[in-house]
Design a protein around this ligand. Sequence first.
Ligand SMILES: C[S@@+](CC[C@H](N)C(=O)[O-])C[C@H]1O[C@@H](n2cnc3c(N)ncnc32)[C@H](O)[C@@H]1O
Length: 451
Amino acid sequence: MKLNNNFLKNIKEQLTEYEYNEFVSTLNLPSSHGMILKNTNQEINDILIKRFNLELFYKNNNYSYYKYDKQTLNANNVNPGSDILFHLPIYYIQEPSASSVLKNTKSEENEIILDLCASPGGKSIQILCNMEKINNSYLVSNEYDYNRCKTLSSNIEKMGFSKSIITNNNSSDLKNTFFEFFDKIIIDAPCSGEGMFRKSEDAINQWSLSLTEHCSEIQKKLLLDSYEMLKPNGILIYSTCTYSKCEDEDNVDFILKEKKDLELIHIDKIYHYQGIGEGQFFSIIKKNSSSYNSTQKNKFIIPNKFKIHAEDEKIIKAFQKENLNCDFFNMNDKTIIKNKNQYYLVYNYIDLNKYKNLNVLRFCLLIGENFNGRFIPSHAMSRSYLSENFISTLELNEIDFKKYIEGDILDYSGFKSPYVLLKYLSTPIGIAKYSNNKLKNLYPKGLRKRP
Ligand SMILES: C[S@@+](CC[C@H](N)C(=O)[O-])C[C@H]1O[C@@H](n2cnc3c(N)ncnc32)[C@H](O)[C@@H]1O
């Protein structure tokens, strides 16, 4: 591995001689890998632990984080990223040191969290695992790049979560909307990626001193904007996957000097030679205040822009009557809204007015869309809490599960409703449209496994 001399000089300044030698001598070792597993189905987790030879790194009540040896698995033709079980809403692949940032972050009631630079979604998924059973809380998962935002949305949907609003905005747009609004903000900042060198040849080739300086300027802006959006007594978590001081410690010093009510609670740097993961810097900062009451009560008012009309209600009711054992129009804590031609089921504690002028990709749970006056149910619905409400369900065997995730039509008959919820290992995986003794495949094309 040929590294830039300026990079090595900077690293030498941060480490003792012994540490520096360790740093250099472990650069050519294989990178570390791991995954988040939801603690929802121990039977499936046991299968995964055995199949991928998983080694527990840490766990909490809601998810467990495991490491695995990718090289040995690949040598045996096993790959967690392309395994059929990857299609279940159970696990997500995330680098171990990246996972460490939120390892001790708990979720609390009445909490609104912003994940400012969220794609592909590892940190959002950690937060959402913890948030599932917590009342009156939600996550704004934001990504500034549109295509990466679509990936983020798909990853959150895949895992079956419905407590997030996914936005595609820059930090200035958000700052103008959310003054002192969030209880926690995570800035997992775009950076020069020095902690990715063992994983990515591109990261090595793209590195330059000027890149670190350029990133540092972007990060300062993200920190300043986030400060404005953070509630008094709120927590800011700032992380990068780089070692460069101007992006890490110097930026923490910068924001602490700039804003006197901020207090540094924790700071940590993980280097690849320590054997924890590939490399991460993170800091936890608190915004102090003596007088702020952080429990805000919102009135649930639907802005006109998001209201549904009589014709929407008619097609949604027709769908639910035929296919579901629940009534969207009679839920205490949720309401249907419409954005463009898509219908969402949102929690009533969310102040929708805030989102009127933002680019929102997803509001909580996408239940379906209006296609030429017909209601077409979403894939997201099949993976969510609504999966329990389907009138027709079918447990697939392994052969048919494989066919389904590859996009094939399945031969089954005898269902009472037009849409059928499909399960594998008792876990909801998607829906199919029943007609003429066939189940038409509605597994999204972008998620299908190539045979
Ligand atoms: C380190 S990645 C985030 C990883 C993510 N938090 C996770 O856990 O999967 C940083 C993200 O910041 C986004 N980004 C790039 N420039 C940005 C900017 N100026 N403002 C906000 N986000 C930006 C990138 O598109 C990228 O998705």
